[in-house]
Design a protein around this ligand. Structure first.
Ligand SMILES: Cc1cc2nc3c(=O)[nH]c(=O)nc-3n(C[C@H](O)[C@H](O)[C@H](O)COP(=O)(O)O)c2cc1C
Length: 260
């Protein structure tokens, strides 16, 4: 795929990490047993956590409540199909309650709270993902959950200092997609100091992503976009209007929840 030295790998865990791919089609009849779900969540909890603060809460969205949440998560079909759908929240509410109990008073660090909370919650989410994949299930993050936070905050009754970060679907997959490309490791792995990019290197990276994803038919398969590749996707997602709209909604929700 690219320039990582795959031949030196001997460890099953690393091999599983390198085999990760997002699944977007699940058997809607398949149910993950409760004890396995608890193992997945417990594995999430064991992720490193800043100052042991554990600034996250995971909300398990039952099949009964799924349709309501689906409407605020980009209406992506895998949300409805997956055995389990979790909303992973950055949560400072519980930590502040604990800090109150132990006599702490200073909360004048909302931006730091957001940064370390997002990191904690992200690690938790990724540990759950790895555990679920190691147990043979497929996973899909649903970042769209953070795009309409106001609605989700209402539906999930999130108190102040709690915001939805991402959804995570886990289930029995009904598709077998390939592993997707990444930029060449040499582009993201620098030595001693930041190294600026040559245009040729950027173009080579773009091409590498574009060729692989087009060959899979990634964007036509999941979004119905024909003759569309990574080049177009980066332009539209990160260089178009979409994130500007999302930014406004996210900012308002963060203000409402006490982070800004
Ligand atoms: C925070 C986050 C949010 C994501 N949100 C979505 C989403 O809403 N819908 C979706 O289909 N994929 C989503 N993804 C999956 C990415 O699109 C996927 O990881 C990326 O295209 C690379 O593909 P791979 O995971 O198969 O390697 C998300 C991934 C992350 C990390």
């Amino acid at each position: 795929m690219n320039d990582a030295p795959f031949n030196v790998l001997v460890n099953d865990i690393v091999r599983a990490l390198l085999a990760h791919r997002t699944f977007r089609s699940f058997d809607p009849e398949a149910e993950i047993p409760d004890d396995e779900v608890m193992v997945i969540v417990r594995a999430g909890q064991q992720a490193p956590t800043s100052c042991t603060g554990q600034m996250y809460t995971v909300i398990n969205i039952s099949r009964e409540k799924r349709a309501e949440v689906f409407n605020h998560c980009g209406k992506q079909s895998f949300v409805m199909e997956a055995s389990h759908f979790f909303i992973i929240c950055v949560d400072l509410h519980r930590l502040f309650a604990i800090v109150d109990r132990v006599g702490g008073t200073n909360r004048k660090w909302p931006l730091a709270a957001l940064q370390i909370g997002i990191f904690d919650a992200g690690l938790m989410a990724q540990n759950m993902t790895i555990a679920a994949e190691a147990m043979g299930y497929g996973t899909a993050f649903c970042g769209s959950c953070g795009d309409r936070p106001e609605e989700l905050i209402e539906v999930l009754k999130l108190p102040k200092y709690v915001v939805p970060l991402t959804g995570l679907a886990i289930g029995v997959p009904t598709e077998d997609p390939p592993t997707r490309p990444r930029l060449p490791t040499s582009m993201v792995f620098h030595k001693d100091e930041y190294r600026e990019y040559l245009i040729e290197e950027l173009e080579a990276g773009i091409d590498e992503m574009d060729v692989f994803l087009r060959a899979e038919g990634y964007y036509s398969k999941y979004s119905g976009k024909e003759d569309y590749g990574w080049r177009d996707h980066m332009k539209n997602k990160f260089g178009g209007k979409w994130l500007e709209t999302v930014e406004k909604r996210r900012r308002e929700a963060l203000q409402r929840q006490g982070f800004l």
